[in-house]
Design a protein around this ligand. Sequence first.
Ligand code: SF4
Length: 327
Amino acid sequence: MSDLIKIGISACLLGEKVRYDGGHKHDRYITDTLGRYFAFVPVCPETECGLGVPREAMRLEGDPAHPRLVTNKTHVDHTARMTTWVNERIKALAAEDLCGFIFKKGSPSSGLYRVKVYNDQGYPSNSGRGLFAAAFTRWFPRIPVEEEGRLHDPELRENFIERIFALKRWRSFLDRQPTVGKLVDFHTREKLLLMAHSPKHYRSMGKRVAESKTMLPESLHAAYETLLMEALSKKATRAKQTNALMHVLGYFKKQISADEKQEVLELIENYRQKNVPLIVPVTLINHFVRKYQQSYLAAQTYLNPHPLTCDSATTAEGAGGPISMGI
Ligand code: SF4
């Protein structure tokens, strides 16, 4: 996976001076850390739909399910202009092969969660979604999305990044003339990662794979992709991670010595009791995977975290602190 992964982003987060006041909201963690692995496709709905810089600030008004985009002081309604632009831009983005999108929080165009929508009396409720963000999530429900503010939460950030890399692996699988045999292989490699997030989804996906000869490839792949992204959006709790780690240990039964087994068990227990982060038992397990040339485990994506995890296990950087298998 040497190529940078393409993800969309609200342009002001890259430092582009496209905000209503001519400013930007450059997020250095995004450009300096994530930028080493991701190629950004910038999108600024408000400038791209033809509104200039500077421009009058806007807000959402009316029904939170179908809000209107209206300027704050002069009350010009830009909903139709924005909607027309959104429909065209979404078509162009469909060809970009995006594996994720980072939105600017709070924006009536780009905000993903809890965007203010004002009622007829002028009172706001935090119940809306920016018009472009709403359309994007409707058209691309399986693409991971996040807001820049939430990336400062280590668990949310790790989960978002994990899903981006998983979608990239899946797209790479689809690009290489997928067969039933290759799908079995893909599913096998993702097993422990899926179990750490949702054993229930892992089983449902296994059923799909087992029935794959009876389904059209397009339907099978769409169903599998939906389940894959759904599964990884479930929180990988400490209990589920512990269960996955114990599962790993099971594959070593005949090779590992009693002392080594005890060492791993102690670290798993320390992890379960929140004394050490996940990367600690995973690192020791990987040592034994190499020592005993355990090919099944060596292929597990669970034990081969994405490069951002490895990168940050040794460096504390970025506004939100290190990315790590921190739970
Ligand atoms: S929040 Fe969205 S619309 Fe506003 S400046 Fe940033 S990219 Fe443009």
